[in-house]
Design a protein around this ligand. Sequence first.
Ligand SMILES: [Zn+2]
Length: 127
Amino acid sequence: MDSDPDYTLDSDEPDYLAEKGRQWRAENPNLVLEYAAKRRAVVRDAWDEYVDRDIVWERDAGICHICGEPADPNRWDLDHIVPLRPHDGGPAGRHNYGNVAVSHPSCNYRKNNRRLNRGEQEEARAS
Ligand SMILES: [Zn+2]
């Protein structure tokens, strides 16, 4: 097989790779977020399955599970209902569809890695 003289493999050129990476991340924002979530979950040995943010968003109808108000489709957190690293030392949650939900970044931040009890949830809804 003749090699094509016009074809030059320059994929190991750093700028080319960096640009490819930038392009891919711009085109696949959900995958970027999910891969980051997977890395964190794997580090904690808590990864069960790939979670598609679009599916979670649709399932939860874009409603924040903490305060019950609609979230911003362009800026929401995939919250672990049972935290992967609970502050109280309780059993850790897993990264799977059953343990994730839509949340406002601010509600997620306030939750601060604690699992809300029923009373706290009502309080969050009321405020
Ligand atoms: Zn909220």
